[in-house]
Design a protein around this ligand. Sequence first.
Ligand code: UDP
Ligand code: MG
Length: 321
Amino acid sequence: MKENKKVNLSIVVPIYNEEENLPILYEKLKKVLDSIGKSYEIIFVNDGSTDKSWEIIKELAEKDPNVIGVTFKRNYGQTAAMSAGFDIANGEIIITMDGDLQNDPEDIPRLLEKMTEGYDIVSGWRKDRKDAFLSRTLPSRIANWLISKVTGVHLHDYGCSLKAYKADIAKNLDYFGEMHRFLPALAKPMGAKITELPVKHHPRIYGKSKYGISRTFKVILDLFLVKFLLDYRTKPLRVFGGTGLILLLFGFAVLLYLVGIKLFLGQDIGNRPLLTFGTLLVLSGIQLLSTGIVAELIVRTYYESQNKRPYLIKEIIRKSE
Ligand code: UDP
Ligand code: MG
């Protein structure tokens, strides 16, 4: 790793067995980045490749001071690789892209231009996607529609890796698993301004795709988690407690009704199903309320144990003594 020097731009590229693509990608990136005229660094994160990728990255990093090579001890997945890139990036703007030449470095200047309009995230949109229709493009369309609906952040192409982030947003995002595609949605509660921009997409020529159709299911599962993280993480009592309160009120009403019947009409209520129902409602209500309170405590521990704050400060002005 090179010393920490501030640069304008960090390009983060996760690499898993891309030996044929790496040299071509590097040349293309270098050409585009040199022409922009801003300081930059290219961070290749080798995600436990079993081919010559790391040797190639090492060589590039040794001859070009703008290249930083990072390597994992094993394959952790694309999300982990991106996250490592975010952690060591020194740029004010961080751009992520795939290392398989499916994203085009020539789109970078356009992404940057869009960022100057005041956005925190500009997400690439592979409008003319060059992947198999049935196994890739169609499931992805459905997934994108679903993710947009559920998260309320409407993007055509969550799966596109080519995205630009302001560094403070990227570095404070909180995610795990295979969640890199959800980053714009996870950034929304931080007040991030998000937009999308059509970008080029090329078929993969060298190497193989690392994913199959099973990814769609994983993405849907992750979506549940994202929804939970987005809506409930900071206020679980509202969710559990809200439902609990409603059940409790219903239960009380039912029991009150039965007490009325007993007292004023003198009927037996001991054998009425409604009695069981009312009792059940009251009990579940109490259960849910206490779950909500326990969840609140857990959430607090979560933030405190990681020294995390549930907010992101844009600026502090203070007159120093
Ligand atoms: N990748 C990675 N770790 C993995 C799988 C993929 O770093 O476990 C990298 C891969 O080398 C590529 C990018 O993530 O640079 C996207 O992978 P791929 O092209 O296989 O995905 P697809 O384009 O088929 O969705
Ligand atoms: Mg690819």
